[in-house]
Design a binder for this molecule. Structure first.
Ligand code: SF4
Ligand code: SF4
Length: 430
């Protein structure tokens, strides 16, 4: 890279939510949970490392990625990366320093996007316990590292882009302005969280109407102010909608469980296996779960004990406390301020689809929180942190959410009258 290019990268705007925190606690979770992809260059350089304390033959380090050509995976033994020592520390890191590790390991738990307009955005993944528990150094102190990662991947990786919808493709700067309107709704100081979620869904619906789409197509300085004013004007109607929610019929109960199942896919490959038998077992668990007759414990795997197997029942008996609701609000802002609910290369959600996915993740996380066993649930934000660890593991990543019918179900639930039936846990909390 030339000096000129480096100078250009250093001046690029970087967007992130300042509220996130992270410092690695060396818990080793990420070295067990994830498959680590490697380029051929990384594979070659790891092959050349001369370990003093590592006895395994070099041919045993790698596997071919069954889904991608010229991509390799680090081998796992007993569900642990081959380089993860008994002390839960990485042996490559210990012997050769951080820079010797694969990019995927150095980057985790950061999601760093290079966008087509040259901007960079970053967020931290909640499936890392330090991030979920909001412990560690604030995001701003990681900015030099975020810039370094962005620079390192700028030339080699895909540049992110996202349309507003299938028909409207504003520039990324405009998408950020539209996202600010949603961020403002979620930071409203007096509206209950349920009304903020409904307000965001109403704004999406408003702009989906043909007569209002010019707000998205043409840049207006007043966009954020107009959207806030619309939210203020609709508060009374949204409140009425919350007081008289639609009842979930049998079909919609099944569909809600189906969506929650997507967020519970924690470690399916290790639990069920990837072959035909594994897929059949997974399908049986999914069917049982969608019909409300259990299966959640099997879906969630080792990620936690489940007290309540049915998310619909769990949702109905849950009312979230202030700490938990504030935690969810920070989760939402993390995604909105980084724009990390759309444009993920694996799903290519449009802004509209991604926002619906984000709104649906909130009742899903709340239901999962209620399903996870914890005696002091009302006093402590811990179950919601664990629920976010699960929810964010698949959020905008699992191919399940790229399926056309999954997107249609999320869209159906994101209409305000129906969405209100899922927001019982958020009543009365600002
Ligand atoms: S999961 Fe998070 S805290 Fe644990 S080792 Fe990985 S990066 Fe560190
Ligand atoms: S290479 Fe090191 S950091 Fe990466 S998954 Fe393996 S043990 Fe963890």
């Amino acid at each position: 890279m030339t000096k000129r290019q480096k100078g250009h990268l250093a001046s690029r705007p970087v967007f992130f939510s300042p509220g996130q925190c992270f410092s690695c606690m060396n818990c080793g979770k990420c070295c067990k949970l994830w498959d680590v992809p490697l380029s051929s260059r990384e594979k070659d350089s790891i092959s050349k490392l001369a370990f003093s304390s590592f006895q395994i033959g070099k041919g045993d380090f790698f596997l071919n990625d069954p889904k991608r050509r010229n991509v390799f995976l680090l081998k796992k033994i007993g569900g642990r990366c081959i380089f993860l020592g008994e002390d839960e520390l990485c042996m490559i890191h210990k012997e050769f320093g951080e820079s010797a590790k694969p990019l995927a390991c150095r980057a985790y738990p950061f999601d760093v996007f290079n966008w087509v307009d040259g901007s960079v955005s970053a967020s931290l993944r909640h499936d890392c316990p330090s991030v979920a528990n909001e412990s560690g150094k604030p995001m701003a102190s990681h900015e030099p590292f975020i810039r370094k990662l962005a620079d390192e991947t700028a030339e080699s990786t895909f540049r992110m882009n996202a349309p507003y919808s299938r028909a409207i493709r504003p520039p990324i700067a405009k998408l950020r302005t539209i996202a600010s309107a949603y961020s403002k709704i979620f930071s409203h100081s007096t509206a209950p969280f349920s009304l903020k979620i409904l307000g965001a869904a109403s704004l999406l619906e408003f702009h989906s109407r043909k007569e209002n789409s010019h707000d998205i197509e043409e840049f207006e300085e007043s966009f954020v102010g107009d959207a806030s004013a619309l939210f203020e004007r609709s508060l009374a109607e949204l409140e009425r909608s919350m007081k008289n929610p639609c009842q979930l019929d049998l079909r919609r109960k099944i569909l809600f469980r189906y969506i929650v199942n997507g967020f519970l896919r924690s470690d399916e490959a290790s639990k069920y296996g990837t072959g035909l038998i594994g897929r059949c077992r997974r399908t049986i668990s999914l069917l049982k779960f969608c019909l409300g007759s259990g299966g959640a414990s099997e879906l969630i795997g080792a990620a936690g004990k489940i007290e309540e197997e049915d998310p619909v029942l769990a949702l109905n008996c849950e009312i979230l406390g202030k700490n938990e609701t504030e935690r969810l609000q920070r989760f939402v802002q993390t995604k909105i301020q980084s724009l990390h609910f759309c444009g993920f290369p694996s799903l290519e959600h449009s802004f509209e689809e991604g926002m619906m996915h984000l709104l649906m993740s909130l009742p899903a996380a709340s239901a999962i929180s209620a399903m996870i066993s914890c005696e002091d649930r009302k006093e402590n934000a811990f179950p919601i942190n664990r629920a976010l660890m699960l929810t964010d593991h698949t959020f905008s990543r699992s191919p399940f959410f790229a399926l056309g019918w999954t997107k249609r179900i999320e869209k159906e639930f994101c209409r305000p009258p129906l969405l209100s039936s899922l927001l019982g846990p958020f009543v009365n909390i600002h």
